[in-house]
Design a binder for this molecule. Structure first.
Ligand SMILES: [Zn+2]
Length: 113
């Protein structure tokens, strides 16, 4: 399962960080783009599994979803994507291959006790 390996690496990273600083992690804040290919619910479920038996047990994963933004060469502006299946501008319907955001999968902060 794709999400489980991601959850394991997030937990390993947070564990290392907590160990170095001698703190207890209460929550992990994650930015997740809608184009990242990761299912939010599956990641939350995997996170709880990955935390079991570690110092992070009982902590929470807080996911901030990042919408996809593309650059439309016709409008010459940043636009929302018409749909994840169709890479077209939501305003003029031109193909927009340039993704500005939406692929994020990054830990932005650790909340400590
Ligand atoms: Zn456009």
């Amino acid at each position: 399962m794709h999400e489980l390996s991601i959850a394991l690496s997030i937990v390993a990273m947070a564990e290392e960080e907590a160990g170095q600083r001698g703190v207890q992690v209460k929550a992990v804040h994650l930015k997740l783009g809608t184009l990242s290919g990761v299912v939010k619910e599956a990641l939350l479920f995997s996170y709880d599994l990955a935390c079991e038996g570690t110092v992070l047990e009982g902590s929470h994963l807080l996911i901030e979803e990042v919408p996809t933004v593309v650059y439309c060469p016709v409008c010459q502006a940043e636009r929302a994507l018409a749909s994840v299946q169709r890479f077209c501008c939501s305003v003029c319907d031109s193909p927009t291959p340039e993704v500005l955001q939406g692929k994020e999968l990054e830990v932005v902060a650790l909340e400590i006790q």
